[in-house]
Design a protein around this ligand. Structure first.
Ligand SMILES: Nc1ncnc2c1ncn2[C@@H]1O[C@H](COP(=O)(O)OP(=O)(O)OP(=O)(O)O)[C@@H](O)[C@H]1O
Ligand SMILES: Cc1ncc(COP(=O)(O)O)c(N)n1
Length: 263
């Protein structure tokens, strides 16, 4: 009998259900992958913003990682909100045991609220990125991480090349914050750059797009896809999921994405 493929998310809880672990597990399920979850933080959050963060102590993040890795055949790992430099460093220590590691360097929520309790940029750049199969900063995160403005596709390309110097095998700079008629992401791999595009969907329901993109990438890597096809599949899935909820009015702020099973 065929056994399920397993992916693991290491991320924060979004009490509003749109982002974080809640979004990741939904995306894994839509890709036919069983999801395990290590919580790094609880957030008191809704579509309007982040009201509070309660970080999980480092030792208990480690205990969760130990429990999952000792028992389940994890095929890929996605990290989201890691909440503190200490947790970023902890995940880096575990990285040799984390296959197909997709790092979404979450710094700020779509509401503009900070999602970390101290300065995590350096820990991402020097400790975690060198272990990553794919990293997925958005434009704002790429700007913070490179110390340069990222507001055009050329800037995204330059940022992707610079972030490739950290040792990450593949870099996706996501363009969800480009005001354009098309949603363009820049994919850097082995010194070559590709653009991946989808039509722009006019909606305010974009809470969790980044989490979902990285989770689908990890799910597809776990199922054996190569990085490029995993990323192109994630782009197609996110487009469909945004379309599925484009007309919803759930909550007073940035609403969540819908879902759609993906072969
Ligand atoms: N309105 C939209 N229409 C089509 N694609 C979109 C839209 N908004 C975002 N995307 C796509 O969703 C993916 C995630 O991009 P985005 O830049 O929003 O990430 P993010 O800022 O990390 O997400 P989040 O809002 O969850 O933090 C990218 O592929 C981006 O192009
Ligand atoms: C727990 C958690 N993880 C990640 C995000 C980023 O998602 P978004 O930028 O869509 O708010 C979030 N808001 N909350």
């Amino acid at each position: 009998m065929e056994q399920p493929v397993v992916a693991l998310t290491v991320a924060g809880s979004d009490s509003g259900g749109g982002a974080g672990v809640q979004a990741d597990l939904k995306a894994f399920a839509m890709c036919g992958v069983f999801g395990a979850s290590v919580f790094t933080a609880l957030t008191a959050q809704n579509t309007m913003g982040v009201k509070g963060i309660h970080a999980v102590p480092r030792d208990f993040v480690a205990a969760q990682l130990d429990a999952v890795l000792a028992d389940l055949p994890v095929g890929a790992v996605k990290t989201g909100m890691l909440a503190s430099a200490s947790t970023v460093e902890l995940v880096a220590e575990y990285a040799p045991r984390l296959p197909n590691l997709v790092v979404d360097p979450v710094l700020v929520a779509s509401s503009g609220d900070r999602l970390f309790t101290d300065s995590v940029e350096q820990a991402y750049l020097t400790a975690l990125f060198p272990h990553a199969a794919v990293i997925t900063p958005n434009m704002r995160e790429a700007s913070v991480l490179t110390g340069r403005e990222v507001s055009t596709v050329d800037d995204m390309r330059a940022a992707a090349e610079r972030l490739g110097e950290t040792g990450a095998k593949c870099v996706v700079v996501k363009g969800g914050h480009l005001s354009d008629s098309s949603a363009v992401d820049v994919v850097w791999r082995d010194g070559t750059v590709d653009l991946v595009e989808a039509p722009w969907v006019e909606t305010r329901n974009n809470h969790g797009t980044g989490c979902t993109f990285a989770a689908v990438t990890a799910a597809r890597l776990a199922r054996g896809a190569d990085p490029k096809s995993a990323i192109f599949g994630a782009k197609a899935y996110v487009h469909e999921a945004i379309r599925a909820s484009a007309d919803w009015r759930l909550g007073g702020g940035h609403g969540p994405l819908g879902w759609k099973p993906m072969p």
